[in-house]
Design a protein around this ligand. Sequence first.
Ligand code: AOF
Ligand code: ZN
Length: 357
Amino acid sequence: MNYDNLMRECFDLARKGSGKVLTNPMVGAILIKNGQIISKGYHKSFIEDHAEIDCFNNLKESAEGATLIVNLEPCSHFGKHPPCVDEVIRRKIKRVVIANLDTNPKVDGIKKLREAGIEVITGVLEEEGRKLNEKFFFNMKNNRPLVALKYAQSLDGKIATGSFDSKWITNEESRAYVHKLRSEYDAILVGANTLRQDNPRLTSRIEGGVNPFRIILSDKLDLYRNYEVFKENFDEKTYIATISKKDIDINAEILRCRQKDGRVDLKDMLKKLYERNIGSVLVEGGSIINNSFLEEDLVDKIYQFIAPIIVSGVDSRSAFIGEGAKLIKNSKRFSIENIIRFGSDVMFEVNNVYRNR
Ligand code: AOF
Ligand code: ZN
């Protein structure tokens, strides 16, 4: 039997957890018996049941002899929940079909299933499954959140004019895509300067979009409570990463980070965020913040939007500003994974995650 279509359906179910499962993987599960789908389920959020359990909970009949299709190897460890494999065995499932092995070192579900006499088929649409859970696999391998930079630039590579004007470089379609990205990333990071200049809300304004956590990078903690990101009505928290010892009365959790060259040590900040179950960060910073991540080798992905305008000018800003490579051969090299057109704009999805996967 070919399980490709059912696995694709598992991926679609899994995607419903996008932005909500945090450092957990997106997982969907389907049960079939006598060629019929008898139940479906998915991992809805970080704290909720695993996909397999959700699928069993939705079941209206006995699962005995059924085939379970699930895009990730069922877990065998005691985490926030008991092992899924125990439930699979208890329910007398005949066969388990999976796309990807779970790279969490605590998990070895397949062994347990096979020992219980259950047939296990692995590697169905493995590559698509890997792409779907790119962030999770990255987290498992690197023990830190995946970092993606997002910026919009002109044809001549400028993200702002000399007077720091950067509004409306890209068109509406590109901006809509940014809102989709914001709902897929666990957190969104900007510098304190962006708050001062634009006072953004940093929410995902698409239908059904999940709001990300907000991270404000502020070395000196010179912030005011009346910025939009500190207003009450958010489900997700705002964090401020700082090296200041100052106390301020503000609606955010302050992450006191180690310092490096007088600035927040980004690796230390990412460690603290990971401890808070943030598995991916979308950086919407300017030249300086982008460059700090670049210098620390912390740029795993880039979403680079390009609008067909030319800004020119010696004072205008490009996406990175640092010492720069003296020779082209010393530049940092990435790979372009995907190119999408948004009307008159173009977006490059640039990847570095393969280095770390
Ligand atoms: C599954 N099905 O739907 C998911 C799995 O803390 P816990 O108990 O939620 O465990 C989290 C780990 O379980 C996670 O790192 C990954 O290895 C696995 N996630 N496993 O069988 C699921 N979400
Ligand atoms: Zn599980």
